[in-house]
Design a protein around this ligand. Structure first.
Ligand code: EGV
Length: 379
């Protein structure tokens, strides 16, 4: 893909991320690319043994262990433990595709989707022929709950913590939205891929959803936390009576993920529970502080997501067009994401901000943000 501005406007975020994959200063995608901790390194040193364990044990057990280790780590104690209540997928996007196809197969009205959010979510929904209605974050989080669930929708889809803003749906608000969905027979779907970074999203969502009586689906992702070279799983969890052919469509797409990856997820989750998660939170907070400090005195620049704890940070560029800044950064081998595409219903609203990935080695992040600083001071 050429980096010229019109093409960049038409590209999706993942296409832009793929331009950066071989770059030393890839601050574009939200995948985990920091260095392993010493404890994580010792898990990698055990890989031959883990491979043996994965080959020897029944895959049902390995799956149960991985779900339990990951979901208890994030305090989701009430997740479904019955057979088939959590479908394991290669990635959360595969889970998203399964949900989208299931919704498309079951007819009905449009899907309401939080705005902004990562663009492959609207793209997968639309790709399956679904019509979308945007729900602004402010409307979702505050004000009359009826407005958070627009008229005649058959599903409300919420990313929490959101990507790129980091905004977290509070427990009381989730309960109110779930009650509204129950009363109006709307499916409530959550994408919690970034929840590992933010303890404010560690209240037991599954208890809230179950108690509400609504039809619900949750997509989880182990892929954002640990630098396991994209060895990860996505989880598709759902309640009894969801009324969607999720298991059937899952079976159209896969038999199961590798037991080796299930064992790896279990070991990394156990290490996180033993202190690694707290260390990771400190690491991301330090990297966020580094970005803010390096850009603090650049005129017109600000950080719209003051409370964010997720592993990405938005930078508001004042009156500088982000595509100009992006192009100049790219000339120096530095990659970030322009924010237009996150605003899937109104791209112009993202024209003056960038997203910087924080799950990176601090030295590389520092070099990239210094380059950004130089471009901004010159613009
Ligand atoms: C982020 C990209 C797709 C996605 C990146 C992401 N993958 N399109 N399946 O994983 O925030 O950069 O979530």
């Amino acid at each position: 893909m050429s980096p010229s501005t019109p093409l960049l406007r038409e590209a999706n975020l993942t296409e832009i991320e793929s331009l950066a994959l071989s770059s030393q200063l890839n601050m574009a995608d939200g995948h985990a690319r920091q260095e392993l901790t010493e404890a994580q390194r010792s898990i990698i040193d055990e890989l031959p043994d883990l491979f043996g364990k994965a080959a020897a044990q029944p895959v049902d057990d390995l799956e149960r262990e991985a779900h339990g280790a990951y979901l208890h780590l994030l305090r989701q104690h009430s997740y479904p433990t019955g057979p088939g209540g959590v479908l394991t997928c290669y990635s959360s996007s595969v889970a998203m595709e399964i949900l989208s196809r299931s919704l498309a197969a079951s007819g009905g009205g449009p899907v309401a989707l939080v705005h902004p959010t990562f663009d492959n979510i609207p793209d997968l929904l639309r790709g399956n022929g679904l019509r979308l209605l945007p729900v602004e974050e402010d409307v979702l989080h505050h004000g009359p709950v009826g407005e958070a669930v627009p008229e005649a929708v058959r599903c409300l889809f919420v990313t929490t913590p959101n990507n790129p803003t980091g905004r977290v749906l509070a427990e009381e608000r989730l309960a109110a939205i779930a009650a509204e969905c129950a009363a109006r027979d709307v499916v409530l779907a959550l994408d919690t891929s970034f929840r590992g970074f933010d303890t404010r999203s560690h209240y037991d969502h599954y208890a809230v959803l179950r108690d509400s009586g609504c039809r619900w689906v949750v997509i989880e992702d182990t892929g954002k936390l640990w630098a396991t070279l994209d060895l990860k799983v996505g989880l598709l969890a759902y309640g009894d009576g969801v009324g969607l052919p999720l298991a059937k469509i899952h079976s159209d797409i896969l038999l199961g993920v590798s037991p080796f990856i299930l064992v790896l997820v279990t070991r990394f989750a156990e290490d996180a529970a033993a202190g690694g998660l707290t260390d990771l939170h400190r690491f991301v907070a330090d990297n966020r502080a580094l970005v803010r400090a390096t850009l603090a005195d650049v005129p017109g620049v600000s950080f719209p997501d003051v409370d964010a704890r997720v592993s990405v940070e938005r930078v508001d560029l004042g009156d500088r067009p982000c595509l100009d800044v992006w192009t100049r950064l790219r000339q120096g081998g530095v990659y970030v994401l322009p924010c237009g595409q996150f605003h899937w219903a109104d791209p112009a609203r993202g024209d003056r901000s960038l997203r910087i990935a924080l799950a990176r080695p601090p030295g590389a992040l520092d070099a990239a943000v210094r380059a950004l600083r130089a471009v901004l001071l010159d613009a």
